[in-house]
Design a binder for this molecule. Structure first.
Ligand code: SAM
Length: 501
């Protein structure tokens, strides 16, 4: 039984009027952040609404009314709401399921906010957040735009494709992005409420998605795509009666099985050369290396894999994060019960930590040995990361298809965002450490030895690497065959990460 309000309805005529009002009032990412200002924006990120309530109450503009109503969950005077939605009117907004009367005013039945990046401007409806309702979320809650949503959107490689798929679309955030570079977008979700929001958002933003209801890949039998993305319900959740099972984050399996299954089964839905990208958690058991677990998921799939672990939490940190996420405060009994259930669940499998990261998979375009790159990057990275992921996939593909001899035959060029740092003890003639530092991408810092540094220093795109290696061998009075065997692993690493192009 759903405790949440009914999702909004699709009525194209009313949606046209809503769109006209949102455009006229300039309900955009830019105008909302200009209205709120940095103080209120930062406070909202800490789940504090008061600064935003003060700013919007004082402003009294249509944008301020829309923010109060649809983002902060405040009751608004009927007159103010009418003037913020003059074309749609309160009657139209009620019929769409966006608002309902409350005393002399109106309150929102859902969240509705502008969203976009790099020239794209959309509006996204979802359930009201716990900040707006000031209460824990219902189990059938449909997520708005969260941190994980924007992480995936930022990391997604975006080649022009015919067919793209979003698994577990929720309110359709990833699908909005896919529409910018895919001729056809298919979305799936197990939740009928989520798909109602997705249909509403597709219609509001003039998109046409192929919407399928069902669990994970079940509604897609026999179908293949060039690009698949998923911010799946990856949260590891104890299967105990006291745990609320939030549809938006719990895929219904024990441990990290949802993500493992997705990795193991996605290959049959990828066209040759097709790319899949997911966020995920993985359990680290008994202090083992996380790579062993993820390597096991990928083994035998025939897919290329590039996995970047971004964060590691211990069981207590994980339990605190996700017990809080549903809107439960740490002083409550519910919070303590969930916390204990998480600790017991992890202990039962010997889990000592949980990794979080981005999994990018590719079906090789032609038969060959797949590549596997299990990487760590915990600091800030480029935003968006997608272009770097696409370039990195292409570089890794080239490396998988070419020998060290081929590698040494290329005239590599040091990428424009790369700088060199030399560190040494004061007074020392030669540097003790030579570091290459990448400005963009994963912001790599790579330590080089003397021969490596000498090679990179002549990588200007004119001299084949092998010729440079022979000259360096002569200079260092080393056997050039030894250097030709020694340098390719380093060269491959620099090419894979985009320091050499
Ligand atoms: C973390 S949300 C992601 C929502 C949205 N794609 C985003 O990026 O913000 C996960 C979504 O998966 C859906 N979901 C949960 N269990 C599922 C299952 N077994 N099969 C398909 N979708 C599922 C939820 O309803 C929810 O919409």
């Amino acid at each position: 039984m759903s405790l949440s309000p009914p999702p909004p309805r699709v009525d194209h005529e009313l949606l046209g009027r809503l769109r006209a009002d949102l455009e006229r009032s300039a309900y955009t990412v830019e105008s909302v952040s200009a209205l709120l200002g940095p103080l209120a924006v930062r406070a909202l990120a800490r789940e504090q609404v008061l600064p935003a309530q003060r700013v919007t109450a004082q402003a009294g503009t249509p944008v301020a009314t829309l923010v109060r109503l649809f983002a902060l969950g405040d009751a608004v005077d009927a007159e103010d709401a009418s003037s913020a939605l003059p074309t749609l009117g309160l009657d139209g907004a009620t019929r769409l399921g966006l608002v309902r009367g409350q005393g002399p005013g109106v309150v929102a039945s859902c969240d509705l906010r502008p969203y976009g990046e790099e020239g794209a401007a959309w509006w996204v409806a979802s359930d009201l957040s716990e900040i707006a309702t000031r209460a824990p979320l219902h189990e059938d809650h449909v997520l708005g735009i969260g941190g994980a949503s924007t992480t995936l959107a930022s990391w997604t490689p975006r080649p022009e494709v015919d067919r793209a798929l979003d698994v577990g679309t929720g309110s359709g955030v990833q699908a909005l992005h896919l529409g910018a570079h895919a001729a056809q977008v298919t979305v799936t979700d197990i939740s009928g409420r989520a798909l109602a929001f997705a249909r509403f958002n597709a219609a509001l933003n003039g998109c046409n998605w192929d919407v399928r209801q069902g669990s994970m890949l079940a509604p897609l039998a026999g179908e293949r795509f060039q690009l698949i993305v998923s911010n799946p319900p990856f949260v590891i959740t104890p299967r105990t009666p006291e745990m609320p099972l939030f549809e938006y984050r719990d895929g219904g399996a024990a441990g990290d099985a949802v993500v493992a299954d997705l990795v193991r089964s996605i290959g049959e839905h990828l066209q040759p050369g097709g790319i899949a990208q997911f966020l995920g958690n993985w359990e680290i058991v008994g202090g083992a290396d996380w790579r062993e677990r993820v390597r096991g998921w990928v083994a035998g799939t025939g897919l290329d894999a590039w996995v970047v672990q971004r964060e590691v939490q211990d069981p207590a940190e994980y339990a605190e994060t996700w017990a809080r996420d549903g809107g439960h405060h740490s002083a409550t009994t519910e919070f303590a019960t969930m916390y204990a259930a998480w600790l017991d669940d992890f202990a039962s499998r010997g889990v000592t930590a949980v990794g979080f990261g981005v999994i990018t998979l590719q079906r090789p375009a032609a038969p060959r040995e797949p590549f596997l790159d299990l990487d760590e990057a915990s600091g800030p990275v480029a935003a968006p990361m997608g272009p770097h992921i696409l370039a990195g996939l292409r570089a890794r593909t080239w490396l998988a298809e070419h020998s060290d001899e081929d590698l040494l035959g290329v005239a590599w060029r040091c990428a424009d965002d790369v700088t060199e740092e030399r560190h040494g003890r004061p007074g020392q003639e030669h540097p003790a450490v030579i570091l290459l530092r990448q400005g963009g991408g994963l912001r790599r810092a790579v330590r080089l030895d003397t021969a490596g540094a000498a090679l990179v220093s002549v990588c200007d795109g004119t001299l084949p690497a092998g010729v440079a290696v022979d000259a360096i061998a002569e200079l260092l009075e080393t056997d050039s065959d030894v250097l030709r065997a020694q340098l390719p692993p380093m060269l491959r690493g620099l090419v894979a990460d985009g320091l050499l192009v």
